[in-house]
Design a protein around this ligand. Structure first.
Ligand SMILES: [Zn+2]
Length: 90
């Protein structure tokens, strides 16, 4: 059976590429790649509205829904203001 093998960056042994850690030294495989990937994910713009976590209680979710609604209204007003500013200027 052919495994997809990877060379460990830490101990230079060939190990099973489908696992996350080297079977010999326990080092993280593709560490550089994963770091670059997570850095790229961090650069993506976060949604400007509050997040609802699945573990939040019903009161917290209800409160966050209200906050989200006001945030959306706020962004809606801001976008309309920007629209009118550009409309007046140009
Ligand atoms: Zn290793």
């Amino acid at each position: 059976m052919a495994y997809h093998q990877k060379k460990c960056e830490h101990c230079s042994m060939w190990t099973d590429g489908s696992i996350h850690n080297c079977a010999f030294c326990g080092g993280v495989l593709d560490e550089v790649y994963k770091k670059e990937n997570s850095a790229r994910k961090l650069k993506l713009p976060e949604k400007p509205i509050i997040r609802i976590n699945p573990e939040d209680g019903p009161f917290t979710i209800f409160f966050k829904r209200i906050v989200q609604f006001h945030q959306l209204v706020f962004y809606w007003i801001v976008s309309i203001v920007i629209y009118f500013i550009t409309w007046v200027v140009f």
